[in-house]
Design a protein around this ligand. Structure first.
Ligand SMILES: Nc1ncnc2c1ncn2[C@@H]1O[C@H](COP(=O)(O)OP(=O)(O)OP(=O)(O)O)[C@@H](O)[C@H]1O
Length: 263
């Protein structure tokens, strides 16, 4: 059974159609990357899935539940998110920020337990952030903060993790570390991951499946070999490329050659 179903999802900003009847299914426990050019609607899709933007009824289902009717607290038990912008304005300790991931499970005025602290420690060790636990979140670098927000998402213990360009501020070491952590969660904890990525080669290496979006529509969905084709890159990104097999992982690896000609 599908874990997430998106069915004929539309979204407009004013009179401008951004999502134009998106329909696709996501299978539980897999790593999906969403690819597509700037402005194609990837973040708008994620915001609908998180109910930051209110989706129309019967357009997004998680484990057969229509998300449009879920309360904020119930949503937070099902879906965790790592947003594109992770700046925090408050002077909280890093550990406090991660512990906020437990909020959906606490009753009013209830304080966190030893179990909550153990979950936070585990998540921070997985993301290599435990050493920052007493530091103010405001003093961390962009990349360090990103990993802390991933730890907060992990302690939320949801079925689904959505990440919007999670590696855009990270150096290559931390990009690999973060994607390996997320892949590990998929495999070991049956977490369903949907990540918006711009780096096609990283997406190819770490994803089980890809969803390619163009102008608010699904261009293609499938295995990395199905989706990463010369023709699709040329059509969607207006870029000529050659595609080789990564000699180690055997996954498709694109090498851009130049801007595609207009005809
Ligand atoms: N609040 C808003 N009001 C009006 N238009 C918006 C708003 N947010 C986004 N848009 C427009 O919606 C379109 C899709 O934006 P979205 O952020 O979903 O694209 P994206 O695929 O995530 O792009 P990128 O790769 O550049 O992050 C863009 O044309 C954008 O300008």
């Amino acid at each position: 059974m599908s874990d997430i179903t998106v069915e004929n999802l539309h979204w407009k900003y004013g009179d401008t159609t951004i999502l134009d009847g998106l329909t696709f299914k996501v299978e539980k426990g897999n790593f999906y990357s969403i690819l597509g050019p700037n402005g194609s609607g990837k973040t708008t899709l994620l915001k609908n899935m998180l109910k930051i933007l209110q989706p129309q009824a019967n357009s997004i289902f998680i484990s057969d539940t229509d998300v449009s009717v879920l309360s904020a607290k119930d949503m937070a038990k099902k879906v965790a998110a790592v947003p594109q912008e992770t700046t925090v304005d408050f002077d909280f300790s890093t550990l406090d920020i991660v512990m906020m991931g437990r909020a959906p499970y606490l009753k009013r005025f209830q304080v966190e337990s030893e179990k909550d602290l153990a979950l936070a420690k585990r998540a921070m060790e997985m993301t290599n952030t435990w050493q920052f636990k007493d530091k103010s979140i405001k003093t961390l670098s962009g990349g360090e903060r990103q990993r802390v927000i991933v730890a907060r998402a992990i302690v939320q213990q949801t079925e689904v993790l959505l990440l919007d360009e999670p590696i855009s501020h990270l150096d290559i070491h931390h990009q690999v570390e973060l994607l390996e952590t997320v892949s590990y969660l998929c495999r070991k904890e049956n977490l369903t991951v949907i990540a918006v990525l711009h780096d096609i080669n990283m997406a190819s290496q770490y994803s089980d499946f890809l969803v390619l979006i163009n102008e608010g529509k699904i261009q293609s969905i499938g295995t990395v070999e199905d989706v990463i084709t010369k023709e699709a890159i040329q059509k969607v990104y207006k870029t000529d490329c050659c595609i080789i097999k990564n000699p180690i992982t055997k996954k498709p690896h694109i090498i851009p050659i130049g801007k595609a000609s207009d005809n």
